[in-house]
Design a protein around this ligand. Structure first.
Ligand SMILES: Cc1cc2nc3c(=O)[nH]c(=O)nc-3n(C[C@H](O)[C@H](O)[C@H](O)COP(=O)(O)OP(=O)(O)OC[C@H]3O[C@@H](n4cnc5c(N)ncnc54)[C@H](O)[C@@H]3O)c2cc1C
Length: 383
């Protein structure tokens, strides 16, 4: 076993940390307060080559192609350098739940049409699965896709969709035959200007406030055959594939955020003095920080293993569920520990510590709640 990263991977990590620190951190507190997405920062990421990391070089010739492990390590660096977890979450959702499915399952024509614009950030993608009656039970979806000459007519409504209010392209899942259950689900690439597609205003939410989230309405929305992703009935397989990748890759930037949070907490515990000593010298404070480090370290090992399995083409359903469960729950626990360590300052918005907790809670819900991850693992253990 070799736990060292290659030189190019480590160089990419250092570059992206430096980029994120200098280019993406202005106004985070006020953007969070106002729930404001920064298109400028999104575009800066596009120019730097963040979004293109999900795309092979032949569809993004202006950018350097990187392997999946390098992309994961780079996303970790992005999360470390960028204090706006909403932005890093938005980038991950765009890259791994919209761009990557097109890379894996798109026709050559679809790849040429969509990937260059998704890679340079000029287009924003949204992944639309969830519905009112189909949350954890995603494949109970009611959105229908009826066959018509040369395409399908989509009808239904998706909710809680990251980036929906500003997306140029929505990857929408709908059923062509409800009696077939998950085998009737098909994926469609629906462009913003398609008649019958509408999106809601931005929904206000607890955390990840800098990324807009909302509904996608489809009213007799005609989508040509050329915009069907994969075969009819392949939607569940496509969604499952992106879930495994998403569980690895979305959480990479969270891991970086946890490292940043730990560094800040250690620094504070060394400098804040009470009873004549740095608070880090009190065992109960130190133990909390040790627990933060333990969570981070174990989460990191799970991430790298799951990402490695993906690169080897090996099954990673169990590992990615364990990873999703552990990283997301760890981020919540460590965010609380950071607030406890910062005391009253941790509760003040201006210190940027409480924001992590609000952002972290999103992680235990999206891409399958913690209960669902546990049930995936239990099933794979034969229970
Ligand atoms: C920040 C954020 C971003 C999101 N982005 C997207 C997106 O881009 N695209 C998209 O399609 N969706 C998105 N979602 C939706 C997300 O995938 C769903 O919220 C999630 O799948 C849970 O569905 P639900 O909210 O309907 O909760 P429910 O399924 O109603 O669950 C409610 C509770 O019941 C529990 N529960 C349900 N079923 C079981 C079971 N079988 N066993 C044990 N417990 C169970 C759940 O764990 C939870 O505690 C996002 C959500 C959030 C919070």
């Amino acid at each position: 076993m070799d736990f060292d990263w290659s030189e190019p991977t480590e160089a990419r990590y250092q570059e992206i940390v430096a980029f994120a620190r200098t280019a993406l951190n202005d106004d985070v507190v006020s953007r969070d307060r106002e729930g404001r997405f920064s298109r400028d920062f999104w575009d800066a990421c596009g120019r730097f080559g963040v979004q293109s990391m999900a795309v092979p070089a032949r569809y993004a010739p202006d950018f350097e192609e990187v392997d999946f492990l390098t992309a994961i390590r780079a996303m970790e660096g992005l999360g470390y350098g960028c204090e706006d977890t909403g932005l890093t979450f938005a980038l991950s959702a765009h890259m791994w739940t919209v761009t990557l499915p097109i890379v894996r399952f798109g026709s050559e024509e679809q790849k040429q049409r969509f990937l260059p614009r998704l890679a340079d950030g000029s287009w924003i993608g949204a992944h639309a699965v969830t519905e009112t009656e189909a949350g954890s039970d995603a494949f109970a979806m009611k959105t229908t896709a009826e066959r018509r000459d040369g395409g399908y007519v989509l009808s239904g409504e998706k909710r809680l969709v990251t980036l929906a209010p500003i997306a140029d392209l929505a990857l929408v899942f709908a059923t062509t035959d409800p009696s077939l259950g998950q085998w009737g689900i098909t994926a469609f690439l629906v462009e913003r200007e398609t008649p019958g597609l509408e999106t809601s205003p931005v929904r206000e939410k607890m955390g990840l406030r800098t990324v807009p989230l909302g509904e996608v309405q489809l009213r007799d929305c005609f989508v040509p055959d050329s915009n069907r992703l994969g075969k009819e009935g392949a939607g569940a397989a496509i969604a499952h594939h992106s879930l495994v990748i998403e569980r690895c890759s979305i959480l990479a930037s969270q891991l970086g955020a946890m490292q940043r949070q730990l560094d800040k907490t250690i620094e504070y515990a060394k400098t804040r003095r009470q009873f004549g000593r740095p608070i880090g010298k009190f065992q109960s404070v130190a133990n909390r920080i040790v627990d933060m480090r333990l969570r981070l370290e174990s989460a990191r090992l799970l991430l790298y293993k799951a990402a490695w399995l993906v690169t080897q083409g090996k099954p990673a359903t169990l590992e990615s569920a364990l990873l999703k469960l552990h990283v997301s729950e760890s981020f919540v626990s460590s965010s609380l520990d950071a607030i406890r360590t910062f005391g009253g300052n941790g509760y003040l918005t201006e210190w940027g510590i409480e924001r992590d907790l609000r952002d972290a809670v999103g992680g235990i819900l999206y891409a399958g709640t913690s209960d669902i991850q546990r049930s995936v693992v239990a099933r794979l253990l034969g229970l």
